[in-house]
Design a protein around this ligand. Structure first.
Ligand SMILES: *[C@@H]1O[C@H](CO)[C@@H](O)[C@H](O)[C@H]1NC(C)=O
Ligand SMILES: *[C@@H]1O[C@H](CO)[C@@H](O)[C@H](O)[C@H]1NC(C)=O
Ligand SMILES: *[C@@H]1O[C@H](CO)[C@@H](O)[C@H](O)[C@H]1NC(C)=O
Ligand SMILES: *[C@@H]1O[C@H](CO)[C@@H](O)[C@H](O)[C@H]1NC(C)=O
Ligand SMILES: *[C@@H]1O[C@H](CO)[C@@H](O)[C@H](O)[C@H]1NC(C)=O
Ligand SMILES: *[C@@H]1O[C@H](CO)[C@@H](O)[C@H](O)[C@H]1NC(C)=O
Ligand SMILES: *[C@@H]1O[C@H](CO)[C@@H](O)[C@H](O)[C@H]1NC(C)=O
Ligand SMILES: *[C@@H]1O[C@H](CO)[C@@H](O)[C@H](O)[C@H]1NC(C)=O
Ligand SMILES: *[C@@H]1O[C@H](CO)[C@@H](O)[C@H](O)[C@H]1NC(C)=O
Length: 553
């Protein structure tokens, strides 16, 4: 324990002249019959070995002797009245220092000597704290500090007044709502066991009461009731950092209502204080958790500070680092969904191009024969004189130009490829069953007298294709058709189920390119092109690729 900051103790250094040497002499008071120790005030080289002398004779190191040296300290266990006097200490690197020991007896009928009081100050109407001073090194043999008891005017029972509270094993006595009646002579007493003998160790404090300075309560800089994630076994500096206008406060750490050094004896608390900008102070208490253990998790480490207006508390909780599985999972899922959405979107957007590209690059490997001759059977309304969009031009010129010449499809176009004299119905029936698709050209009623008036051939073709052979039908509208009500049921059904491709082109060069949107769409609906060997080709009926189609006007 470092000396608390706010008591003015009675170890008054004074200058004295001894043997002609100018030295600083400090005085120690000790009650006769109690154990006492003196430390050498040479702390420049704390690792140095100290030698103690009395009357120029070195003090023995034999710890069973009443007066002996142990670990650089001079011990009197116990002190007697005749031990009063001067003692000297030096190290290899320092001059001798002189220390005066004054052994006293208590005043008659009292548990203290009024000449040897420590003075401490407490402020009114506000909390205050008294400290039992100078008890370092009084840990008993098995390193436990016995409880400290407090007396006022030599009478026990102080803690029965609920305004009094002792903490840190009794080293601190806190008083709430201090008033003038709390002024007086206080005694703290503990025991010290040495070599099987038990001794009393007591300190006397005169507590003065003063009006409290009207100042603002201290503020926690750190901690701020928060939690930090620390790995098991890691080193954590637990710092309690307070900004205050009053320098005489001492913060302290507690856990589970116990002082931290009692919770775990490796937790050695240290205090600090330094002035801050603006005339105030930064005070603090710090201890190290050299290795975080399981027991340290989830506890509230509370930093307390008593101040003129009461007590302030702030805590910190140590947490295991959360293995962020959930976060990773959600993140992974979200990015997966995102990738899928993007992929679906891209596929939707470029479906036709992707399929066409796929057919072009992979089809030779996937090729299979289905025994059919034609890629498509083309049906169109023939010879409508009144038609605005001539289905003849489209069916006989544009369609073969693109699908046959550019794309290499094999079409059967009724009215081009049928032999004269053949019965329409039987040709249609036969050819459709040899085709992979049926293309039906639709012309709006408004621009053309009727679309599929000679329904017998069309209906038959469509029914055969749909029902008997399961052949896919491609509808091509040569202009926007607003009203399908006049259409045969089968056409309506196909339109509703598979939609129709609308021709928006004219009859210029551009419309003859297989890479326009329209033709890509048609090619997408068409089957993958069958690569036909030259020998097979000879078996096929001749294809009339008539470049000059004579349009009947
Ligand atoms: C102090 O004494 C110990 C043993 O007596 C010795 O090992 C050590 O070196 C000494 N230290 C110094 C700084 O002289
Ligand atoms: C203390 O000083 C004396 C001489 O004054 C010297 O002999 C002795 O070695 C010193 N002690 C230590 C620990 O250096
Ligand atoms: C030391 O602790 C043991 C138990 O761990 C106890 O029995 C013994 O009385 C203690 N000794 C002192 C001197 O407190
Ligand atoms: C001080 O407070 C105590 C308890 O509240 C009360 O009994 C006592 O009368 C007070 N004394 C003075 C001087 O106010
Ligand atoms: C403290 O003790 C002295 C000596 O016995 C006594 O005169 C004084 O009144 C006491 N102080 C208080 C506040 O009781
Ligand atoms: C220690 O103090 C208590 C009360 O203060 C007393 O009863 C006891 O006799 C003292 N022990 C010694 C060894 O003086
Ligand atoms: C306490 O807080 C002050 C102000 O934020 C900072 O400058 C200082 O370093 C802190 N002290 C410690 C020991 O953390
Ligand atoms: C805690 O550890 C740091 C560095 O490891 C050290 O500087 C500091 O003095 C230690 N504090 C305490 C209270 O032991
Ligand atoms: C922190 O918690 C304590 C109680 O544990 C509470 O009194 C204090 O006001 C809290 N401080 C902040 C800044 O929330």
């Amino acid at each position: 324990m470092t000396s608390p900051l706010w008591f003015i103790c009675c170890m008054i250094p004074f200058a004295a002249s001894l043997d002609g040497e100018q030295s600083k002499v400090s005085s120690h008071f000790v009650l006769a019959g109690e154990p006492a120790f003196i430390s050498c005030p040479v702390d420049k080289y704390p690792d140095d070995n100290v030698t103690w002398y009395r009357n120029d004779t070195p003090v023995t190191m034999d710890i069973s002797k009443r007066i002996h040296q142990q670990d650089n300290l001079l011990w009197f266990i116990p002190a007697t009245l005749k031990d009063s006097g001067f003692y000297e200490c030096n190290t290899s690197s320092s001059d001798k220092e002189y220390i005066q020991l004054k052994v006293f007896k208590n005043d008659d009928g009292l548990c203290f000597n009024r000449e040897t009081m420590y003075n401490q100050k407490v402020f009114t109407s506000i909390g205050g704290k008294i400290t039992c001073p100078n008890l370092d090194y009084f840990n008993s043999e098995n390193n436990t500090a016995p409880e400290i008891h407090w007396y006022k005017e030599c009478k026990p029972g102080l803690l029965e007044d609920h305004r009094f509270h002792s903490s840190k094993g009794g080293i601190y006595l806190t008083i709430n709502n201090v008033n003038m009646s709390d002024q007086g002579n206080y005694t703290c007493q503990t025991t010290y066991t040495y070599m099987g003998e038990q001794y009393n160790v007591s300190r006397n404090i005169y507590v003065d009461i003063e009006e409290g300075p009207k100042k603002t309560p201290p503020e926690f800089i750190y901690p701020r009731n928060h939690s930090i994630e620390v790995e098991l076994g890691s080193h954590v500096i637990m710092d309690c950092n307070i900004s205050t206008s009053i320098s005489t406060l001492t913060p302290y750490w507690q856990v589970n209502g116990k002082d931290v050094d009692r919770f775990d004896d490796t937790f050695k608390e240290k205090y600090y204080e330094h002035p801050s900008l603006g005339g105030g102070f930064i005070i603090g208490a710090t201890f190290n958790i050299s290795e975080v253990k399981n027991k340290d998790y989830s506890l509230k480490f509370c930093c307390h500070v008593l101040h003129p207006y009461g007590e302030a508390v702030a805590f910190i909780v140590l947490k295991r680092p959360a293995r962020d599985i959930q976060g990773h999972l959600i993140g992974g899922l979200v990015s997966l969904i995102f990738v899928i959405v993007v992929a679906v979107f891209v596929y939707k957007l470029f479906k036709i191009d992707i399929v066409l590209w796929y057919r072009r690059s992979c089809h030779p490997f996937l090729h299979k024969q289905d025994g059919k001759i034609y890629d498509a059977y083309v049906l169109y309304p023939k010879n409508r004189v009144s038609c605005l969009y001539s289905p003849d031009i489209f069916a006989l010129k544009i369609l073969p130009e693109v699908l046959e010449k550019q794309c290499g499809y094999n079409l059967f176009i009724f009215g081009r490829d049928d032999l004269p004299g053949q019965a329409a119905v039987s040709v249609t029936d036969e050819k459709i069953s040899q085709s992979r698709r049926v293309i039906i050209l639709l012309v709006p009623e408004s621009s053309c007298y009727s679309v599929l008036e000679d329904t017998s051939e069309q209906q038959l073709a469509v029914y055969n294709a749909l029902i008997r052979d399961g052949i896919k039908i491609i509808l091509i509208e040569l202009d926007k058709i607003k009203d399908y009500t006049g259409m045969p049921e089968s056409i309506k059904y196909i339109k509703q189920k598979h939609g129709a491709i609308r021709w928006k082109g004219d009859f210029t060069e551009r419309s003859y390119s297989a890479s326009t949107k329209f033709w890509k769409h048609v090619r997408y609906q068409m089957p993958p092109r069958q690569t036909i060997s030259p020998t097979e080709r000879q078996l096929l009926p001749p294809v009339f690729n008539s470049p000059e189609i004579v349009l009947e006007r």
